[in-house]
Design a protein around this ligand. Structure first.
Ligand code: GUN
Ligand code: FE
Length: 422
């Protein structure tokens, strides 16, 4: 017997980029999947009924780029730029995750905060520790959130830190893929080469072959800062671009790929990403906090690229995607001042990026259209009657608070604050 549910509410979503759709009435779900929308409850309805009253209901957020092992570093180290910050803050902190008790305490806090801020889907690049990444996958499974998770592969000395060697790093990845890849429905594995300056050619080649053979998705970083791009040019002078290095080693081009940042992406690279259906993780908070750059959002969107939003903690200082949305709009306005042909982003566009845009990595979340999973945030404010629905959304994004999120639904089921067995 299937589970039939009716949810009455004031819904806002963005079925198309930048087009805000408002609907007050009933969404009808069967086994958590939206099947219909009605202004009245169907005659003789005998399924369940939930009434959200005056609340504003939006799709739950998808954070398509974060680093779980950097959670405790949120808010510190931003007087340094990327490469220095990686060496001084990130790698030393990520090393601590070989300690599993420590990992567990951090990962539980992270999962609770993701739940709090309304992020029910996320993609995480974890640390180099295989066991800690496995533990994180177990904890996510318990939390009920939906995620893609991968162990960071770094085997190239860009700094003085002691990286894993190629074999250890690769075998750890293989182990996770084999032992954990199919264990949970809500947690999947994603291959995670750190970035070109952090990987040997051997590592990129092995991961690319693994992606091709197993069709496992891949995540990495691309064109985040000018100094990182210079490192790639110095190492691969014969290859035309940073993205072309990934393509050569099949990090891009075989399985589904997502690349974070793309601040300095060239026209050839945009075409390459488009050709291979690569999703871009736009991380505007991180780009500001580390002084990395401003991604040409309008240009990438006009070129037809798929784009989602990433907090990129702890490159970014917040897990709250409402803040990341607002920042995406703000930096696009700054960019517009210097590039008048690139019109700034709007709140409906930012909402799309945070929901359906990033949700495309899963394929069935981020929108209230038929066939989508009922994944929603119920937002209660004090502005009923005074502001219209769009204004209430704007206020929540710019000046609201995650504590206004009174309920979260995933696949039609109300999701409680994660509580763990030990
Ligand atoms: N490039 C390689 N590793 C990282 C990382 O951890 N964070 C960011 N922002 N960029 C990276
Ligand atoms: Fe990152």
């Amino acid at each position: 017997m299937s589970r039939l549910q009716a949810f009455r509410g004031n819904y806002i979503d963005t079925p198309e980029y930048g087009i805000l759709e408002k609907f007050s009435g009933y969404l009808i779900a069967e086994d958590g999947v939206i099947r219909d929308r009605r202004t009245e409850l169907p005659d003789g309805w005998n399924g369940e009924m939930t009434d959200f009253g005056d609340a504003v209901v939006i799709p739950s957020f998808c954070d398509v780029h974060l680093h779980a092992g950097q959670y405790e570093n949120i808010g510190i180290g931003y007087d340094h730029q990327l490469l220095e910050w990686l060496e001084k803050y990130t790698y030393p902190t990520e090393k601590k995750f070989y300690d599993l008790e420590y990992s567990k305490s951090i990962y539980k806090r992270l999962l609770r905060e993701l739940w709090e801020v309304g992020t029910l889907h996320f993609i995480s690049m974890c640390t180099a520790s295989t066991d800690s990444t496995a533990l994180f996958m177990d904890l996510i499974a318990e939390s009920g959130l939906e995620a893609y998770v991968g162990k960071r592969n770094t085997d190239y000395q860009i700094t003085t830190t002691d990286n894993e060697d190629t074999e250890t790093s690769y075998l750890g990845t293989l182990q996770l893929l084999q032992e954990k890849g199919e264990q949970y429905e809500n947690v999947r594995y994603i291959l995670s080469p750190s970035f070109v300056p952090g990987c040997t050619e051997e590592m990129l080649g092995r991961l690319g072959r693994l992606a091709e053979k197993t069709m496992t998705p891949v995540q990495s970083h691309l064109d985040e800062t000018l100094s990182e791009i210079q490192l790639v040019k110095d190492r691969f002078p014969e290859i035309s671009s940073y993205a072309a290095v990934y393509e050569k080693y099949h990090i891009i081009g075989k399985s589904r790929t997502i690349m974070a940042h793309c601040n300095y992406i060239g026209d050839d690279e945009i075409r390459l990403l488009k050709k291979h259906h690569v999703m871009v993780a736009h991380c505007p908070c991180s780009n500001l906090d580390l002084g990395s750059g401003i991604m040409p959002l309008r240009k990438l969107k006009d070129a037809g690229l798929e784009i989602g939003l990433g907090s990129d903690i702890s490159g970014g200082h917040t897990l709250n995607l409402a803040t990341v949305m607002k920042t995406a709009v703000e930096v696009s306005k700054l960019r517009y001042l210097a590039n008048p042909q690139e019109s700034p982003a709007t709140i409906p566009e930012a909402l799309y990026l945070a929901t359906k845009g990033g949700g495309a990595f899963w394929g069935n979340t981020g929108s209230f259209e038929k066939g989508y999973s009922f994944d929603a945030l119920v937002i209660c404010d004090e502005d009923t009657g005074r502001l219209n629905l769009q204004e209430r959304l704007e206020k929540f994004i710019y000046a609201g608070d995650y504590r206004q999120i009174k309920a979260r639904y995933l696949k039609g089921v109300r999701l409680d604050r994660p509580c763990f067995s030990e």
